[in-house]
Design a protein around this ligand. Structure first.
Ligand code: FES
Length: 322
């Protein structure tokens, strides 16, 4: 695991379509690329509406000297995926060496890997690494249709009948209760998918009586329960009114309006960007994994990097922890 973020220059070496809405993008990187664990992430410098920004992507298996990511084009993109899809071979980029935030323990006798949609990116790397080590592994991968399943062919070749594909358009879904019931006692489960899938898995895992530490997960920050709509906020004691577009995060809108915000992960994990929502009557689409289910139900705190108001207007306190 790397502790220091190290930026490098790179060039787009390969682009290929790996699902209807997902592109593999490989970067040849200046200097040696250290070995990295599956589930690692790199930051990539992007340009959104002419302004510099960083976006974090899971790195996937790539040829030596390269770092590769798989990027889903979001119709409601905040700009990151649109920029990544605009890249062409030979284009120069700045990116960081991978660092791990979603680590495999390597200690379990059996691994169940669950992926929902673009959540396949860390699961794909984990499956390859586990198979290479001869580990016992089963992968269950669900998406809205077969055409949207990136790396499904590679995984089929790798795993054979240890891969289960669940095509939602055919009425197929992951049976979490059955999957967990079939696991040996010391198994571990790794999950990456939308927040709804994670919440369901956490509930089923707890109901199965298994240790919480053996369910590990990551969600992607744009996976709410509601479609993105514009909303607005007023910053308490500052009188600043900020309009948030549907393709923009609250964090970016606040920073763009000159509001000083502490932040780090931009993935709803660290909680540094949390704000307090004053009053009642507004609904929050919680997309973070930082706050507990109870805190989310209270409806007064949210991570500005990923969570949003479903619509409307609220007064927020950006310094409630000071
Ligand atoms: S920046 Fe980490 S939760 Fe928002």
């Amino acid at each position: 695991m790397r502790n220091k973020v190290e930026w490098r220059n790179g060039k787009v070496a390969e682009i290929r379509q790996v699902a209807e809405d997902v592109r593999y993008i490989g970067f040849a990187v200046d200097g040696p690329v250290p070995r990295f664990d599956p589930g690692s992430h790199s930051n990539i410098a992007v340009e959104i509406d002419g302004a510099a920004a960083n976006r974090t992507y899971t790195v996937i298996p790539a040829p030596p000297g390269q770092i590769a990511v798989a990027v889903k084009l979001h119709p409601q993109s905040r700009g990151g995926s649109r920029y990544m899809w605009s890249l062409h071979e030979g284009q120069e980029v700045r990116l960081t060496l991978p660092e791990n935030r979603f680590e495999l323990s390597w200690r379990a006798k059996h691994y169940l890997l669950l992926a929902g949609g673009i959540g396949i990116t860390p699961i794909y790397g984990m499956a390859k690494a586990l198979v290479a080590r001869g580990a016992s592994v089963r992968v269950v991968y669900a998406a809205r249709s077969r055409g949207l399943m990136a790396f499904a062919n590679e995984l089929e070749a790798l795993l054979g009948d240890r891969l289960i594909l669940r095509d939602n358009s055919q009425g197929q879904h992951i049976d979490l209760d059955a999957e967990f019931a079939a696991l040996p006692g010391d198994a571990e489960c790794y999950l990456c998918g939308p927040i709804g899938m994670l919440e369901a898995a956490k509930a089923a895992w707890t109901a199965s009586g298994r240790p919480v530490s053996r369910l590990r997960y990551e969600v992607f920050g744009d996976s709410g329960l509601f479609a993105e709509k514009p909303f607005s906020v007023e910053v308490l004691n500052r009188g600043t009114r900020v309009a948030v577009r549907s393709d923009q995060s609250l964090l970016d809108a606040l920073i763009g309006a000159g509001v000083e915000m502490i932040h780090d992960c931009r993935r709803g994990e660290c909680g540094l960007c949390a704000v307090q929502v004053m009053g009642d009557g507004v609904e929050i689409d919680h997309r973070d994994v930082f706050f507990s289910a109870e805190e989310k139900a209270e409806g007064h705190k949210m991570c500005a990097c990923v969570s949003r108001l479903t619509e409307g207007h609220a007064v927020i306190d950006v310094g409630y922890r000071n």
